[in-house]
Design a protein around this ligand. Structure first.
Ligand code: GLV
Length: 309
């Protein structure tokens, strides 16, 4: 099968080597050296340039190399009419869940406070509640949200989720849609955003939402920068409505050096590193997908471009 590999990462060569190691029969062509576009059956891409799909008359699959497809849908409003899949790698989901666990522990056990004390050599101990008394609210119950819920529950946190549709299989209470949001927020002390970015979820982490959380709550954003209204966050930290934030994603990445987020004492910034895609484990998922395509079997993790995820 002839496949095009395109990424904006500096690891493209490693990806190609891994693909060929796991599936030596593949003909992997690295963008832009793709030969005759009419021969290409599958594209593996991350932030593709506008002309990537030009002339690909026999294309059968667009496989995104990340969990979110918002970038692709935004930059390519008219995609070729072929299935689009996102990457669901259980190893990457687990890495994301670990990040959310760290953030939860950081705020629950007040490591943020101790970090500020450290700077002043201040010896002061603080009481903290048991995990079962800490309401953690996970927004989004896809593969990563579910892995996060599982991990936090193992540690005994009082976890609930918020989703667009009911999840009868979930191990925790799931609050659904607009109607479920106020009750979900009222019981949440640490809010973890793992939503896909769609027109419905853009700017969801705003003043109105913060006002429905208990005073002194925390925000953890590991989804997309566009979910968060930064000036509203800064204002809520100022008034004490929010007590802290841990942010991995930003509307403009790299986060500009001039951003006040870098220097805010109650904001912990990481450089979109919560779940860096691992070429080895992700390739196993992608090879399975390409085998399914070859055999004409149902494809995995297809996206509905109209829904946005
Ligand atoms: C990264 O943010 C991804 O969507 O995989």
């Amino acid at each position: 099968m002839k496949v095009v590999l395109q990424t904006t990462w500096n690891t493209t060569a490693a990806w190609r080597a891994e693909l060929l190691r796991q599936a030596p029969d593949l003909d992997v062509r690295v963008w832009p050296e793709i030969g005759d576009p009419a021969e290409i059956e599958a594209v593996l891409c991350w932030q593709p340039p506008p002309d990537l799909f030009a002339g690909m008359r026999n294309l059968r699959l667009i496989q995104v190399l990340g969990a979110g497809v918002d970038g692709l849908l935004r930059s390519h409003p008219r995609l070729p009419p072929v299935p689009v899949a996102r990457l669901v790698d259980p190893v990457m989901s687990q890495r994301m869940a670990e990040y959310c666990l760290y953030a939860t522990l950081r705020f629950h056990r007040q490591f943020d406070v101790y970090e500020r004390q450290l700077a002043q050599a201040r010896w002061e101990r603080h009481q903290h509640p048991d995990p079962g008394e800490v309401g953690v609210g996970v927004m989004g119950l896809g593969a990563i949200g579910s892995a996060t819920v599982r991990l936090l529950r193992q540690l005994g946190y009082n976890v609930a989720a918020w989703a667009r549709s009911p999840h009868p299989e979930a191990e925790v209470p799931v609050f659904v849609g607009e109607e479920g949001l106020p009750a979900f927020l009222a019981r949440t002390r640490i809010l973890v955003c793992l939503l896909p970015l769609t027109p419905d979820t853009a700017s969801i982490l705003d003043r109105r939402l913060f006002e429905q959380l208990p005073r002194g709550s925390y925000i953890v954003n590991v989804a997309r920068g566009e979910h968060l209204v930064v000036p509203h966050l800064l204002a809520a930290l100022e008034t004490g409505r929010l007590e802290g934030a841990m942010l991995d994603v930003f509307a403009h990445e790299p986060l500009p050096k001039s951003s006040p987020l870098w220097r805010h004492p109650k904001v912990f910034v990481t450089p979109h590193a919560a779940g860096i895609t691992n070429p080895r484990t992700a390739t196993a998922v992608i090879v399975e997908q390409l085998r399914r395509l070859e055999r004409g079997e149902p494809l995995l993790h297809l996206v509905d471009p109209a829904r946005g995820y």
